[in-house]
Write a protein that binds this ligand. Structure first.
Ligand SMILES: O=C(O)CNC(=O)[C@H](CS)NC(=O)CCC(=O)C(=O)O
Length: 288
């Protein structure tokens, strides 16, 4: 369709520390900048609120969805008139008072400041690599109990993931099969695993599902123990990288072209070619 409206999205890269006030100042500056460019939706990375230096610090800074942090972002969304993907908010869990456990929550806010959806990260990063990467997310975090059906946004139908979820193709196929047009993986990938796998994984998920893949990212040094890979990017349904952040804090922009996505799907109908008779059908287990 010549001249059809193609929504513009803004995908952010930043370096969170344990200073919540500074992190908010950074994010609000990026959101206002994107609003000035007329983006319809801004994507923030996992741990946009903070990255703690220890499990104790991470837990001590957690809030509920009704706390100050989300309140300030809902106001900002309303004021700027755009949608927000808040990837990876440290949310006090349902039994916080007794177990002190949090969820790693991807919160979507609409342009009127309402929370549209909350997806809690299902795959936790408990990994111990020879080269020094050693993280045990489950020491502070509870795994999410459900996938969330893709949500309708001005940028298209969005499937919600977080970071390490990117490594599980079944997860992306389940969301695509439920109608997702964009898959989102707000992330804080480690430097080592990012160098080896980040772009390949994002492009593979885009090619397999024929979805746009949107990945906001943490970058650089958060504290003496943690450094993230960065390379926030947007991949189109053909697997092409159509936006990528440079080093440091910043934004990359991309246009979402749903008719183009439909053409890719029409030209190579992998969904029709699936041999579920040979390897089973991806299903979406969610209590209705
Ligand atoms: O710790 C926080 O406060 C926020 N959460 C994270 O940064 C999470 C859990 S430690 N990081 C990842 O999932 C990295 C995945 C990764 O690097 C890979 O899959 O290779």
């Amino acid at each position: 369709m010549a001249g059809a409206h193609k929504p513009l999205i803004a995908v952010c890269q930043m370096t969170s520390t344990s200073d919540k006030e500074k992190n908010f100042a950074t994010c609000s500056r990026l959101i206002r900048e994107a609003a000035g460019r007329r983006a319809c939706m801004v994507f923030l990375p996992e741990a946009f609120d903070y990255i703690g230096g220890s499990t104790e610090e991470t837990l001590s800074l957690a809030e509920s969805l009704h706390g100050d942090t989300i309140q300030r972002y809902t106001q900002l969304a309303r004021e700027c008139g755009l949608w927000l993907s808040l990837g990876g908010f440290h949310e006090k869990g349902p039994n916080w008072d007794t177990d002190q456990r949090i969820s790693n929550s991807h919160v979507v806010v609409d342009n009127t400041g309402h929370i549209v959806s909350v997806y809690r990260k299902a795959h936790l990063f408990d990994v111990d690599l020879q080269n020094g990467v050693s993280l045990r997310e489950s020491s502070s975090t509870l795994p999410g109990a459900e996938l969330i059906r893709p949500i309708t946004s001005p940028a298209g139908k969005i499937g919600l993931g977080v970071c390490y979820d990117l490594r599980f193709p079944e997860f992306s196929l389940a969301l695509a099969q439920q109608g997702a047009e964009l898959l989102t993986y707000p992330s804080a990938f480690t430097l080592t695993t990012g160098l080896a796998h980040w772009e390949v994984l994002l492009r593979a998920r885009a090619i397999e599902t024929q979805c746009y893949v949107v990945a906001a990212a943490q970058t650089d040094r958060h504290n003496e123990k943690r450094t993230s890979y960065g390379h926030a990017m947007v991949v189109d349904p053909w697997g092409l990288v159509i936006g990528q952040c440079q080093g440091g804090t910043g934004i990359c922009y991309a246009e979402i072209d749903i008719p183009y996505m439909e053409r890719v799907r029409r030209d190579m109908p992998v969904w029709r070619h699936r041999r579920t008779d040979l390897y089973g059908k991806i299903s979406f287990n969610k209590p209705d």
